[in-house]
Write a protein that binds this ligand. Structure first.
Ligand SMILES: C[S@@+](CC[C@H](N)C(=O)[O-])C[C@H]1O[C@@H](n2cnc3c(N)ncnc32)[C@H](O)[C@@H]1O
Length: 433
């Protein structure tokens, strides 16, 4: 490993406190599903739903940490002749990730210990997909790190990035500044943690970070039943931590020639300011803005984005759309496999209510009960193409016009896809095992 291509304090940090803390034995009971790495989502956003993962799909997880993304990708590619390359500069983190993979019996992972800045010279070849989550903001130069990733990306490849958000972390940066002044420079990692915990236990109740803690924010990151000392150090004592607002993200990406395909985290619908303010006049003003400005305004309106999670692609318009009638619809995450239940529970004209829950945020969504939507739900089965769905609906409900089905499809698609539940895949692509 070329030690000149990494920050020594950051390496020392992750050797002492691999992040996130994981117990390899937990692999026997659960699979951690990371935000950007569901292959159906990736296909939908970055490959027009047309990518076949069954023949030699190559992924890189740059800054793989204790292995969440590498394990999830390797599991999905287990029977697909694909390869996942794990790269991290921390040997302690790699050891945890390797144990997790061994428990699962995964044999499709290549393990590399290096700085990601070495990537262009490591001879690892080109990658179809690169995950780099929570890493580039810890480098001396995020710009240089991103360029190193782009240099090893295939011409039609895609990247998932997670970078810290500026506004959702305001109080974290106040607390970091306080701790930098409070802690003696000579303190080692355990001493810093102990002194920081003592201070955190005695914050005045009007302290901004304390107000966040009392409101239920950041607690999991630092508590014993959450990420503990590893989380506390990562959040409040990191030696290199840079955040981005939306405009800064675009400025970071522009020189690489890549496009921001879409935001994909649980907050993605709030990057549209019209989902945050219902007044029609205000919305009219938002609609006059370019997408980038809308997103920039939205993040300030929302104020909650702790992180930005998004895909980058080399070409524009890499997303699947409803215009391609050969696409099939598939439900993922908590809606996975729910298409028949959704359809059966709809008794037109009664609406049905679905609940969208992200941590402390809960929303009840009413969906109009119609015979068409009932059928649309039924066919969110991951195998029936839109053209066949349209034909069947017309046969089942005589007199139905194409335009009516299109309108209802577009409405229900907006509700489900903006919440990360519904995706499209081209019917020509084989379903994976
Ligand atoms: C906050 S952790 C994130 C781990 C993982 N990506 C995840 O989301 O679970 C950051 C990781 O980036 C690694 N890292 C930081 N700088 C790096 C560099 N220059 N090259 C390779 N890995 C690096 C650290 O060792 C650490 O494991």
């Amino acid at each position: 490993m070329d030690e000149t291509l990494l920050l020594p304090e950051v390496k020392q940090h992750y050797e002492a406190l691999p992040y996130p803390p994981r117990n390899p034995n937990d692999e026997k009971n659960r699979l951690v599903k990371t935000t950007g790495d569901n292959l159906d989502k990736l296909n939908h956003y970055c490959f027009n739903g047309k990518r076949d993962f069954s023949s030699g799909f190559r992924c890189l997880v740059a800054g793989g940490g204790t292995g969440d993304a590498v394990i999830y990708l390797a599991e999905q590619l287990r029977y697909c002749n694909g390869e996942v390359v794990y790269l991290d500069m921390s040997e302690a983190s790699r050891a945890v990730a390797e144990k997790r993979a061994a428990i699962r019996g995964l044999t499709n992972i290549t393990w590399v210990t290096a700085s990601l800045l070495e990537l262009p010279s490591l001879g690892l070849g080109k990658f179809d997909y690169i995950n780099c989550s929570g890493v580039l903001h810890h480098l001396e130069s995020t710009e240089q790190g991103l360029q190193a990733l782009v240099d090893v990306l295939q011409d039609d490849g895609a990247i998932f990035l997670m970078l810290y958000g500026r506004y959702g972390r305001t109080t974290v940066y106040e607390m970091q500044a306080l701790l930098r002044e409070y802690l003696p420079a000579s303190a080692d990692i355990p001493e810093k943690i102990e002194m920081a915990r003592k201070l955190l236990d005695h914050l005045p109740k009007f302290n901004n970070f304390k107000r966040d803690l009392d409101a239920g924010l950041w607690g999991h990151e630092m508590s014993d039943d959450g990420y503990g000392d590893e989380g506390l150090y990562d959040l409040l004592l990191h030696s290199r931590d840079r955040c981005f607002d939306v405009q800064e993200l675009y400025q970071l990406i522009e020189p690489t020639g890549m496009f921001l395909a879409d935001f994909v985290g649980r907050d993605r619908r709030f990057y549209d300011p019209c989902n945050l303010v219902s007044d029609v006049q205000v919305q009219r003003r938002f609609k006059q803005m370019k997408k980038r400005q809308q997103q920039s305004v939205a993040e300030k309106l929302c104020g909650q984005f702790k992180k930005h999670e998004f895909y980058l692609t080399r070409k524009k318009n890499s997303r699947s759309t409803l215009n391609d009638m050969d696409n099939v619809m598939l439900l993922v995450d908590e809606m996975e496999g729910q298409h028949k239940i959704l359809s059966e529970s709809m008794m037109p004209p009664k609406p049905i209510t679905v609940t969208y829950k992200v941590k402390r945020y809960e929303e009840k969504i009413n969906i109009k009960g119609t015979a068409i939507t009932k059928q649309l739900f039924f066919y969110m089965d991951g195998k029936t193409p839109l053209n066949r769905i349209f034909k069947r609906i017309k046969k089942l409900i005589p007199g139905t016009k194409t335009s009516e089905i299109k309108q209802e499809l577009s409405d229900v698609f907006e509700v489900f896809s903006s919440r990360g539940w519904l995706y499209l895949r081209h019917s020509g692509v084989k379903k994976r095992e």
